[in-house]
Design a protein around this ligand. Structure first.
Ligand code: NAD
Length: 502
């Protein structure tokens, strides 16, 4: 899997069961965002050559893997899930080191991959099709699921193991073979995840990893004629590039993109509960979740009290290296992310929002070696301000006042995204009205905008995606083709539909 240069490991691509360097000879460093002096590993900077080899290997492996009975494929998934369980703590620590989020969250990320393995292993013995009556006598009609072939997967860095598991497990149990491109910032967690699958017995060529920069690997992967589908999770801007490319070659394409997730808190809500939810939803993973709570829409009766208390509590959160169990908020993932978030804080101030807490880079003590930003609360934000409209992807939350539930929902829906949403109220009638009217793929009642479970559909509306969902059995619809099958046992020609009527 790796060679060692002094004490820093070099990781190679994984193609057709072999560990292979990039022919360019180029590599990329993976550094710890909590302490950039710490090099986590050296990874290959690959390109079209490695992508082609990986896709061809996956193509060769497809027939044998797709003919392996699904319950047997599922046994490998189950075994991989139990290997992940045994190695969970080490993998969680690796993940904290490579992308910064605190240990309890990286344990959760690894656990999500384990849960996903259990769930999709079950599909090995279900993967139900359907049977239905034929319109003709002595004729049997059914529809079955068939794998697609080679699937390309392009991943983000914020859920470095959970998101690859949402893609790989359903694809594999359905009989597809895969080429996965990890995000530049988090290749190690994908290696750890795939190593569990390989140890569990996935045959050569069925899973291939090619690391490298965005378009240099993602471009040839989405353009390759042997790739039947691309599953992408990342930003809306890159999703657009991928969607356009796939449309040109008629590839199936799943896009899971950005969010600007609202939490509405009504006057009758349990404020303690809502405050706990707001802190967790806004500042967990340093705000770098696609479902992060980035707008808190507060009914006017509780607005001031809520903001004051949110500000007070956000200042108590402890920043630092996520490997320290006492730390609440880790760093943002990279220098680029740091600059983006700080520039949005300037935009918020310039546009007239009140900076009520945070707003600066945090460089005290050892934090000076990392990319830390204070948990930041903007108050008096109006719905059309840029910080209320655009995805910031950092520890920054905007508080907006609303007059009523209806007003809150109108503000919540007035953005280009539609991933997650939440409402705090004790009124069941208003809760159900919000479930109906919030224009989002996910709605929580009395819980923050984060906390998805693997057996429910995950994804969003508008520019958050293109209608597919990850998680849940619905994701098999992406990784399989329906085949309609008719078996005529009448022993004479029967013409269907109107051909049969005089
Ligand atoms: P990103 O779009 O910058 O990168 C995602 C992946 O695409 C990376 O692997 C990157 O290398 C690759 N890529 C970049 N340019 C490419 C190109 N031209 N061609 C092909 N591939 C290319 O996103 P990110 O910064 O890694 O992740 C953050 C974004 O992901 C946020 O917008 C977040 O909301 C979104 N996200 C969405 C979900 C969801 O399920 N909806 C989940 C997690 C993250």
């Amino acid at each position: 899997m790796s060679g060692t240069t002094s004490e820093i490991k070099t990781y190679l691509n994984f193609i057709d069961g072999q560990w292979i360097p990039a022919t360019s000879g180029k590599t990329c460093e993976n550094r710890n965002p909590a302490d950039t002096r710490d090099v986590v590993g050296i990874f290959q900077r690959s390109g079209a050559h490695e992508v082609n080899r990986a896709v061809e290997a996956a193509h060769r492996a497809f027939r044998s893997w797709s003919l392996t009975p699904a319950p047997r494929r599922a046994e490998i998934l189950l075994k991989a899930a139990s290997i992940l369980e045994q190695k969970k703590e080490g993998f969680a620590r690796d993940m904290t080191r490579e992308m910064g989020k605190v240990l309890k969250e990286t344990r959760g990320d690894t656990q999500e991959a384990i849960d996903c393995g259990h769930f999709f292993a079950g599909e090995g013995r279900r993967m139900y099709g359907l049977t239905t009556p034929s319109e003709l006598p002595n004729k049997f009609a059914m529809a079955t699921r068939q794998p697609l072939g080679v699937v390309g997967m392009i991943c983000p860095w914020n859920f470095p193991m959970a998101i690859p598991s949402w893609k790989l497990f359903p694809a594999l149990v359905a009989g597809n073979t895969c080429v996965i491109k990890p995000a530049e910032d988090t290749p190690l967690s994908v290696y750890n995840f795939v190593s569990a699958l390989v140890e569990a017995g996935v045959p050569n060529g069925v899973i291939n990893i090619v690391t490298g920069h965005g378009g240099e690997v993602g471009g040839p992967l989405m353009e390759h004629p042997l790739v039947r589908a691309i599953s992408f999770t990342g930003s809306t801007d890159v999703g657009r590039i991928i969607g356009e490319s796939c449309a040109r070659s008629f590839k199936r394409c799943s896009l899971e993109l950005g969010g600007k997730n609202p939490m509405i808190v009504l006057d009758d809500a349990n404020l303690e509960l809502a405050l706990d939810g707001a802190l967790w939803g806004a500042f967990g993973t340093a705000g770098q979740r696609c479902t992060a709570t980035s707008r808190i829409i507060l009914q006017k009766g509780i607005y001031k009290k809520f903001v004051d208390e949110l500000v007070r509590r956000s200042k108590l959160l402890k920043l630092g290296n996520g490997l320290d169990e006492k730390v609440d908020v880790g760093p943002v993932v990279s220098q680029a992310q740091l600059e983006t978030v700080l520039s949005y804080i300037e935009v918020g101030k310039k546009d007239g929002a009140r900076l009520a807490a945070g707003g600066h880079r945090h460089e005290a003590g050892d934090c000076k070696h990392g990319y830390f930003i204070e948990p930041t609360v903007f108050a008096e934000v109006t719905p059309k301000m840029r910080i209320a409209q655009e995805e910031i992807f950092g520890p920054v939350v905007s508080c907006i006042e609303c007059a009523s539930l209806e007003d809150g929902i109108a503000i919540a829906n007035d953005v280009k995204y539609g991933l997650s949403s939440s409402l705090y109220t004790k009124d069941v009638n208003r809760a159900f009205a919000a479930i109906r009217d919030l224009d989002a793929g996910i709605t929580y009642i009395n819980a923050p905008t984060i906390g998805a479970e693997v057996h429910l559909p995950f994804g969003g509306v508008k520019q958050t995606g293109n209608g597919h969902r990850e998680g849940g059995i619905g994701s098999l619809d992406f990784y399989t083709e329906w085949k309609a099958v008719y078996v005529d046992y009448s022993d004479h020609l029967q013409r269907a539909q109107i051909d049969n009527r005089e």
